[in-house]
Design a binder for this molecule. Structure first.
Ligand code: ATP
Length: 200
């Protein structure tokens, strides 16, 4: 696809729920979280670079990345976090664009949880924000993940705030009510994006 719709929203806002709906309409979905895992799969140059930098402690016995070790390491050491981000971000960005180019639908959706936080606005033609009140995010995340309130609140506060996200949006999906309200919002946006993609 030449036309890329960037889908974003905070934790448990409903990005996956929304992208599943677009997927059912035949739109190709590219997911930054999936790509972030693909680029460090066993045998990739990126995994090799991580092993060379951090040593074998970064690798599990089965050859896969030791995510828990890496998460703890970058949490404790800012320079490690910076090194990893500088390695990963350009690789993920390039792979996202490649997969968007290869998408066969008239437009595609690039789902990026931290689109605004990581200033990836320029990568996409439109920004679509899934919006709910932070109280709803908290409740849905707690039900889904079974996590403590304080953990989820910490994640919500680490992400950009609702107003900043809404200010960056070309389109907003209100996901505060039941799932039935999504269909009509998504159908309208789908028509709009087809028109925009044809004209671009
Ligand atoms: P994350 O970025 O944290 O992975 P997400 O933005 O992809 O989350 P989803 O996984 O789609 O969010 O939704 C979060 C949870 O809320 C899921 O359990 C989902 O089933 C539920 N949910 C989504 N939309 C609604 C809705 N309109 N009503 C009730 N529950 C919903």
């Amino acid at each position: 696809s030449e036309f890329i719709v960037g889908l974003t929203g905070g934790i448990a806002s409903g990005k996956t729920t929304v992208s599943d709906h677009f997927g059912a309409l035949g739109v190709n979905i590219i997911d930054a979280d999936i790509i972030a895992r693909q680029v460090v799969a066993v045998g990739t140059p990126t995994l090799k670079a991580i092993q060379d930098h951090f040593g074998n402690q970064a690798i599990l016995d089965n050859g896969q990345l030791n995510r828990e070790w890496l998460r703890n390491t970058i949490f404790a050491h800012n320079e490690s976090k910076q090194w990893l981000n500088e390695l990963m971000h350009p690789i993920i960005r390039e792979e996202m664009l490649l997969q968007c180019q290869q998408a066969s639908s008239i437009y595609c959706i690039l789902s990026v949880p931290l689109l605004i936080e990581n200033k990836l606005n320029a990568l996409v033609d439109r920004i679509l924000v899934v919006d709910v009140d932070p109280k709803v995010q908290l409740a849905r995340a707690m039900i889904r993940d079974g996590s403590q309130q304080s953990i989820i609140e910490g994640i919500i506060h680490s992400q950009c705030d609702r107003q900043t996200r809404l200010a960056a949006a070309h389109n907003v999906i209100d996901n505060s009510k039941g799932l039935h309200q999504l269909n009509s919002q998504i159908a309208k946006l789908h028509e709009q994006y087809i028109q925009l993609a044809r004209r671009s």
